[in-house]
Design a protein around this ligand. Structure first.
Ligand code: ZN
Ligand code: ZN
Ligand code: FE
Length: 764
C-alpha cells in the first residue's frame, strides 16, 4: 500500500502480559502511523501480528513495538520472520483464536488509572461517580477471567451488554477503551445495591453507605476480589464492635485512606513507600504509625506499624472521598475462613458481623486478598503476595518441568511451573477448614486451565497430616510425588527469589516445620542447594508441652523451656513473671514435660520468641499466628549497645547445637534485677542475631561458603532481620533476603517446586 520501495511482510509473535492491557489497539495505531497493512490478533499463547509495507518502515515498526508498548504490557519474547507480501490494503484487529495447549501470561487486576479517576471525579463526565469505570490501562482482569484468550465472553462481564456509547468506545481504535473487555458505564454496566437483608430503597447507594459508616455501622462491601468488612477507623466503638463480631480480638487490620496526603497525616511514609502505595498494584504497606494519628489504636493493638493502602477501585475512591475519614478494610470472613466473594454467600456468612451490605452484580471469579508489603531499611518485601501480583509468574533462569507444588498448612499458596515460569498462586489462607481447602482446590483448577498445565510432578511438604499434603498424595501415581522438607523449601525460595543457583548457608528461623527426624524444626542452619540440603546446625530441642496447645498458649512454651533447661529452680524463678497460673494446669504441663506425654520436641525459633514474650508480659493465649513473637518485637526499645546473652554452641553427632540454658539464666537474672522488658527484648533480638553470625562463621570455616540466605517466618520481624543482616554483612557475608515472595510460609511452594524440579531432572 506504500508506493515507495519494494514491499515485504513480517509475521510477528509476542508473548508476555499482552492481553487485556491495550496491546492490540497499540499495535493497530502503530501500524497506522507507519502506513502499514496487515492484522493483529490475540491467541492462546500471546499476540500474533502480520504487518506489510516497505522494509524500512517495518524495521521502525518493530523497534517501536518494543519501545513504546502500553504501560501495563510486559513483553517476555518477540519473534519475527520475513515472508512474501500478501497485498494487505489496511490494518485490522482480527477475532481471537484459541489454540489447543497454548497459554499466555495473564494480567493481575490493576488499580484505577489517573485518566479514569479524573473522569470519576468530573461532574460533567458520563461516568461521574460510576463505581465500575475502567479502561485498557486499569480495572479487573484476573478476578473476572474464566478462560483464555482474554475476551469479554470469557469473563464475568459477559453478563452485561454494552450500550451504544460503550460499544462505540470499544470499537474506536483511538479511544482509551478500545477493546477494554470490562468496559462499562452507568447505563449498561454493573450496579450497586444496598441491603440490610431486605433491599434498602435509597437514591444513592454510596451516599447512603457513607451515612451508615459515619454513624458507626459496619458494612460488608463487595470489592474486586472479595468482600471487605468496613467501618470508620477513627471510631473506637465501631472498631471494637467489628473485632467482637468478627471474633478477632487483636490481629492487625488494614486501613484504606483517600489520598497520600491523608496517609501522611497518620503514618511516616518514605519516598519508596509512596511509590509502592501508588503503584498500579496498590498494596497494603506496613508503615510507622504516628503517635498523633486519629486512627483508633484498636485497629492494630500494641503495634508500631499501621497497614495502610490507597483506594484501588472507583467504588473505593468515591466512598473514601465522601467519607472523609479512613476506613478499616479487613477481609470479609469469620476468623480464618476465606473471604466471601458471592453476594448470597456474604449475606449468609457475614450476617452476624455486618449491619449492612453494599453489593454489586459483577461476579468475582477468583478470590483475591489484598497484598501486604513491608519495608526494611528502604527495601521492600512482600508478606502476602496476592492482588496486583498473582498470577504474574516469578521468572526462572531455567526451564522447569510441569510441576504442582502444594505448599504448606498456614498462609498457603501453591506454585505451578511451566517453561521458565513459576506461577505462584495468590494467598489461599490457612488450610485448617474445609472452606479453605475448597478454595485451594478450585484455584488450582483455575490455574491448570488458564495456563494449560497438566502437572507431571507433585511436590508436597513432609508433614503427613497437612491438608495440602493429603491433596498432593491423592493426585499420586502415575504422577511423581516429591516430598520436600519445609526449611529446605524456605531457603530455596529465597535463592530463587534472588536468582541464585549455587550452594548457600541457609538460615531458616521459623515457627513450625516437619523435620526429617520427626521432630518439629524451626531454628535451622542448612547448607543447601536446589537439590539437597545438610542440616549443619540448629537450636537445641525443647519440649512443646501439649503440642498445639503450646503454640496457642505461649506461657506453656516458657515453662517448657525453663523447666526442661533449668529445672525446678528455673521454674520458680520464672513463675512470678508468667502471670496468674492455674496450679492444676501447671502440674499437667510439668507431667507432660517429664514424661513426654503429647509433648513433641522442637527447635523452633518462633516458639523461643513466644516463650520469652510470655515472660516479658504476654500472658494471654495468642489469638492469631505469631502474636506473642510480634509483641516481643514491638516492645523492644531503648539504648542499643549491642548487648546480648551468653550462649554456647556444642557439637552433637557432627551437628552444631545452640544451647539455650545460659540465655534463660541471663534473662531471669535481668528480670530479677528489674531491667525493663523493653531492654530485655532488645537484648534477646541481639542474641539471636549473634547466634546467627557465630553459626555462619563456623559453617563458613567448614565449607568455604560466604553467601547466606535468610528465610522463614521469624524474618518478618524487622528488628531481627535488620540486626541479622547487619552483623552478617559486617562479618563479610553476602546476605540474601526476600524481594518477590514472602519469607513466611506463603513463599514455601516456590521452593518446593524448584526442589522437585531439580531432584527429578534427568541429567543431559
Ligand atoms: Zn483507566
Ligand atoms: Zn455503557
Ligand atoms: Fe515456615
Amino acid at each position: 500500500m506504500n508506493p515507495e520501495g519494494p514491499l515485504s511482510l513480517k509475521k510477528i509473535h509476542v508473548t508476555g502480559v499482552v492481553q487485556g492491557v491495550g496491546f492490540r489497539p497499540f499495535v493497530h495505531q502503530l501500524a497506522h502511523s507507519h502506513g502499514l497493512g496487515g492484522w493483529v490478533c490475540n491467541t492462546s499463547s500471546g499476540v500474533d501480528i502480520e504487518v506489510e509495507g516497505p522494509s524500512q518502515a517495518l524495521v521502525q515498526f518493530l523497534a517501536d513495538l518494543k519501545a513504546e508498548a502500553p504501560p501495563l504490557a510486559r513483553i517476555e519474547s518477540l519473534t519475527a520472520s520475513d515472508h512474501s507480501p500478501n497485498g494487505y490494503q489496511q490494518f485490522e484487529i482480527r477475532r481471537s483464536v484459541a489454540q489447543e495447549g497454548k497459554y499466555q501470561l495473564i494480567s493481575p487486576d490493576i488499580a484505577t488509572c489517573k485518566d479514569c479517576l479524573a473522569e470519576l471525579l468530573d461532574p460533567q463526565d458520563r461516568r461521574y461517580r460510576y463505581p465500575f469505570t475502567n479502561c485498557t490501562n486499569c480495572g479487573p482482569r484476573f478476578t473476572i477471567i474464566q478462560d483464555i484468550p482474554y475476551d469479554r465472553p470469557q469473563t464475568t462481564m459477559r453478563d452485561f451488554v454494552m450500550c451504544p456509547d460503550c460499544q462505540a468506545e470499544y470499537d474506536n481504535p483511538l479511544d482509551r477503551r478500545f477493546h477494554a473487555q470490562p468496559n462499562a458505564c452507568p447505563v449498561c454496566g454493573p450496579q450497586l445495591t444496598l441491603t440490610d437483608g431486605a433491599k434498602m430503597a435509597v437514591e444513592d447507594e454510596i451516599s447512603a453507605a457513607v451515612q451508615l459508616l459515619s454513624e458507626g455501622k459496619i458494612l460488608a462491601i463487595k470489592g474486586l476480589g472479595g468482600f471487605h468488612l468496613a467501618c470508620d477507623a477513627t471510631n473506637e466503638e465501631a472498631v471494637r464492635r467489628l473485632r467482637q463480631r468478627k471474633r478477632r480480638p487483636a490481629k492487625p487490620m488494614a486501613v484504606m485512606m483517600a489520598t497520600m496526603e491523608e496517609i501522611k497525616s497518620h503514618c511516616l511514609v518514605s519516598r519508596e513507600e509512596q511509590e509502592l502505595l501508588s503503584s498500579p498494584q496498590c498494596p497494603v504497606a506496613l508503615l510507622p504509625w504516628k503517635d498523633d494519628s486519629t486512627v483508633s489504636r484498636l485497629v492494630a493493638p500494641g503495634n508500631r506499624y499501621l497497614g495502610a493502602m490507597l483506594p484501588y477501585t472507583p467504588l473505593h475512591h468515591v466512598l473514601l472521598r465522601e467519607m472523609g475519614t479512613p476506613l478499616v478494610m479487613t477481609s470479609g470472613n469469620i476468623s480464618e475462613e476465606p473471604i466471601a466473594t458471592k453476594n448470597d454467600e456474604a449475606l449468609a456468612r457475614l450476617r452476624d458481623i455486618a449491619d449492612c451490605f453494599l453489593l454489586h452484580n459483577r461476579r468475582i471469579y477468583a478470590r483475591y486478598d489484598d497484598s501486604v508489603w513491608m519495608f526494611v531499611e528502604g527495601k521492600a518485601q512482600p508478606l502476602r503476595r496476592s492482588r496486583g501480583y498473582a498470577p504474574f509468574p516469578v521468572r526462572l533462569p531455567f526451564k522447569a518441568q510441569r510441576i504442582l507444588a502444594c505448599g504448606t498448612e498456614l498462609k498457603n499458596t501453591f506454585c505451578i511451573t511451566r517453561d521458565e515460569y513459576a506461577f505462584l498462586s495468590q494467598h489461599i489462607g490457612d488450610m485448617e477448614n474445609l472452606e479453605t481447602l475448597e478454595h485451594f482446590e478450585t484455584t488450582i483448577e483455575l490455574y491448570r486451565r488458564l495456563f494449560r498445565l497438566e502437572p507431571e510432578i507433585i511436590a508436597h511438604d513432609m508433614h503427613p497430616d497437612y491438608l495440602a499434603t493429603r491433596y498432593a498424595l491423592s493426585l499420586g501415581p502415575p504422577r511423581r510425588l516429591v516430598s520436600v522438607q519445609h526449611h529446605h523449601a524456605h531457603i530455596v525460595s529465597c535463592m530463587v527469589d534472588n536468582g541464585v543457583d549455587a550452594e548457600v548457608i541457609g538460615v531458616a528461623l521459623d515457627g513450625t516445620g516437619y523435620g526429617t527426624d520427626g521432630h518439629i524444626w524451626g531454628g535451622e542452619f542448612l547448607v543447601a542447594d536446589y537439590q539437597s540440603f545438610r542440616r549443619v546446625g540448629h537450636f537445641d530441642y525443647v519440649p512443646l508441652p501439649g503440642g498445639e496447645a503450646a503454640i496457642h498458649k505461649p506461657y506453656r512454651m516458657a515453662i517448657g523451656h525453663v523447666y526442661s533447661l533449668l529445672g525446678e529452680e528455673g521454674l520458680s524463678a520464672a513463675l512470678p513473671f508468667l502471670g496468674e497460673m492455674d496450679e492444676l494446669e501447671l502440674d499437667v504441663i510439668k507431667q507432660q514435660i517429664e514424661k513426654g506425654i503429647n509433648t513433641p520436641l522442637t527447635s523452633s525459633c518462633g516458639r523461643f520468641f513466644d516463650a520469652v514474650s510470655a515472660l516479658l508480659g504476654f500472658h494471654g493465649p495468642a489469638t492469631y499466628e505469631a502474636q506473642a513473637a510480634i509483641q516481643l518485637e514491638m516492645i523492644a526499645a531503648g539504648d542499643d549497645e549491642g548487648a546480648s546473652y551468653p550462649f554456647s554452641l556444642v557439637e552433637r553427632d557432627g551437628i552444631k547445637v545452640v544451647q539455650l540454658s545460659e540465655i534463660w539464666r541471663g534473662l531471669l537474672d535481668d528480670l530479677r534485677a528489674q531491667l525493663s522488658p523493653a531492654a530485655i527484648a532488645l537484648k534477646f533480638h541481639n542474641t539471636i542475631a549473634q547466634i546467627t553470625v557465630d553459626m555462619c562463621r563456623l559453617i563458613a570455616a567448614d565449607t568455604g561458603l560466604d553467601r547466606v540466605a535468610l528465610s522463614g517466618g521469624c524474618f518478618q520481624n524487622r528488628l531481627l532481620l535488620t540486626k541479622s543482616f547487619d552483623v552478617l554483612h559486617q562479618a563479610g557475608f553476602e546476605v540474601l533476603t526476600h524481594n518477590q515472595v514472602p519469607c513466611n510460609d506463603g513463599g514455601v511452594s516456590l521452593g518446593q517446586a524448584i526442589i522437585a524440579n531439580s531432584t527429578t531432572q534427568t541429567v543431559d
